[in-house]
Design a protein around this ligand. Structure first.
Ligand code: DHK
Length: 151
């Protein structure tokens, strides 16, 4: 049987990882992050479709396309966290297990970063654990899918 496909969707400026405020976001590049996720997914018996966009509409379309295609979604909505009702609505529409990841601890940062529309549609949230948060999200996703299969 083919491994369950997990969409790992990244919002704006995540393509700048490694060069972008490294004291906050670390030195891992997006290519290294994709490899980290691919390796973790393989160990967990999952397949990933890893993507990044700087466009809200594209993010919404990618979420919609997960319906019937993906078993779950891991998303770092980045700058769309606090303002994208459209992304939240798309996640609610597809109704898949969803884990929201933030590399930094958004709650220790500026107040405008604290509120997340995406959390309203997320099964769980990981923040502040650096890029390892993606690996932890994949692990949690594998656990949730197993639980669903066993139920
Ligand atoms: C990434 C961003 O680009 C910010 O807009 C968020 C998030 C935090 C992160 O920690 O991964 O506020």
């Amino acid at each position: 049987m083919a491994p369950p496909l997990i969409a790992v969707l990244n919002g704006p400026n995540i393509n700048m990882l490694g060069m972008r405020e490294p004291e906050k976001y670390g030195s891992t590049t997006i290519d290294e992050l994709e490899q980290l996720c691919a390796d973790a997914a393989e160990d967990l018996g999952l397949a990933i479709d890893f993507r990044q966009t700087n466009s809200e509409g594209e993010l919404v379309t990618w979420v919609q396309e997960c319906r019937g295609r993906c078993a779950g979604i891991i998303m770092n909505p980045a700058g769309y966290t606090t303002n994208s009702i459209a992304t939240m609505d798309a996640l609610l529409a597809v109704n898949l297990p969803t884990i929201e990841v933030h590399i930094t601890n958004i709650h220790r940062r500026e107040e405008f970063r604290h509120h997340s529309f995406i959390s309203k549609a997320a099964t769980g949230v990981i923040a502040g654990l650096g890029v390892q948060g993606y690996v932890l999200a994949l692990r949690a996703m594998a656990g949730m899918l197993d639980t669903e299969q066993d139920a």
